[in-house]
Ligand binder design. Structure first.
Ligand SMILES: Nc1nc(=O)c2c([nH]1)NC[C@@H]1CN(c3ccc(C(=O)N[C@@H](CCC(=O)O)C(=O)O)cc3)CN21
Ligand SMILES: CC(C)C(=O)C(=O)O
Ligand SMILES: [Mg+2]
Length: 293
């Protein structure tokens, strides 16, 4: 097969023909764009997303090949010590996003629009998103809501800012929704499908589905041309996201059941801090090699 005919024949769904171009494990070094995300759905390729809130952690995940990094407003809980995501400000997300952009060279960096920075309407949303693009250098923003955020999504996309939509459990609405599984009733399932279709029609490049029954998330995934990113939404989604401090066992406290823990950083950091403290108290640190003479 010549290169030309290879380029012209689309790969069958789910089959990877050119692994040099995959989002994870690909050999490309330039920064990933939303067009690469769209192409991955066409290839039927699954991909991982992690949150990041600082340059150092982001550089570790970037070197590990994580293609999309989310500066989530979960920074409120996981980085800034708030109870919920509600108090997080645009100034805070802008500062953290700038650090994550500086810490990465390949990942597409997506920033959450925090509560109160887009609900007033499309013009407020554009003003907020423009700050994140100009001051922090993010490649896309995420906002919660499908039909209810339609006008915001449309104006951002028309203005040249890629939008990721967030449906299902939307934590900025904790005071009206709580943290509960969404889309369980037939009515709620239909609303979720309408929201996903609205986000796609408004030009969103991807949709996060949070805490949605797996069968419903799979149905939404099949009915969209843009990828779904699941968190507590089953294996039928195109991509998966976790909060990094949950995934690495740093958060502490009770975890949502959708979290898989890949390390015990809380234990590692605590043990190291105790070892340092005991060395100082006992006089074992600093030793001669840690001193100048
Ligand atoms: N550390 C952290 N991890 C997250 O995943 C996360 C945040 N913070 N902050 C923002 C939102 C809030 N999220 C949450 C918070 C709580 C539950 C929770 O308690 N879920 C329970 C009950 C679900 C039910 O059965 O209705 C669970 O066991 O999953 C889920 C998602 C997800 N996001
Ligand atoms: C959990 C993800 C999707 C999020 O919105 C966040 O981290 O804020
Ligand atoms: Mg969020």
């Amino acid at each position: 097969m010549t290169q030309l005919s290879a380029a012209q024949s689309p790969a069958p769904k789910g089959q990877k023909t050119d692994s040099s171009k995959t989002l994870y494990g690909g050999k490309g070094t330039r920064r990933i764009t939303v067009r690469d995300i769209t192409a991955a759905k066409e290839r039927g390729e699954k991909w991982p997303m992690l949150t990041a809130y600082d340059a150092m952690t982001a550089s570790v995940f970037d070197e590990a090949g994580i293609p999309v990094m989310l500066v989530g407003d979960s920074a409120g809980n996981c980085h800034l010590g708030y109870e919920t995501t509600v108090p997080v400000t645009l100034d805070e997300i802008t500062m953290l996003s700038a650090a994550v952009v500086r810490g990465t060279s390949r990942a597409l960096v997506v920033a959450d629009l925090p509560f109160g920075s887009y609900q007033e309407g499309p013009v407020q949303a554009l003003r907020s998103a423009t700050r994140l693009v100009k001051e922090a250098g993010v490649g896309a923003v995420k906002l919660e809501g499908g039909e209810r955020s339609l006008a915001q999504t449309e104006l951002l996309v028309q203005s040249g800012i890629p939008v990721m939509s967030h449906l299902g459990l939307t934590p900025q609405s904790v005071h009206t929704m709580g943290y509960r599984v969404q889309g369980r009733s037939e009515e709620a399932a239909h609303q979720l499908v309408r929201d996903a279709k609205a986000a796609e029609a408004a030009g969103a490049f991807a949709v996060v589905l949070e805490l949605v029954p797996a069968e419903l998330a799979a149905e939404v995934t099949r009915s969209l041309h843009i990828p779904t990113v699941g968190i507590g939404a089953g294996a039928g989604c195109d991509a998966q996201v976790l909060v990094w401090t949950d995934m690495l066992g740093l958060t502490g406290g009770r975890m949502p059941r959708f979290v898989k823990q890949y390390a015990d950083l809380r234990g590692v950091l605590g043990d190291a801090a105790k070892a340092f403290a005991e060395d100082v108290v006992g006089g074992a640190f600093p030793a001669a090699e840690h001193s100048v003479h």
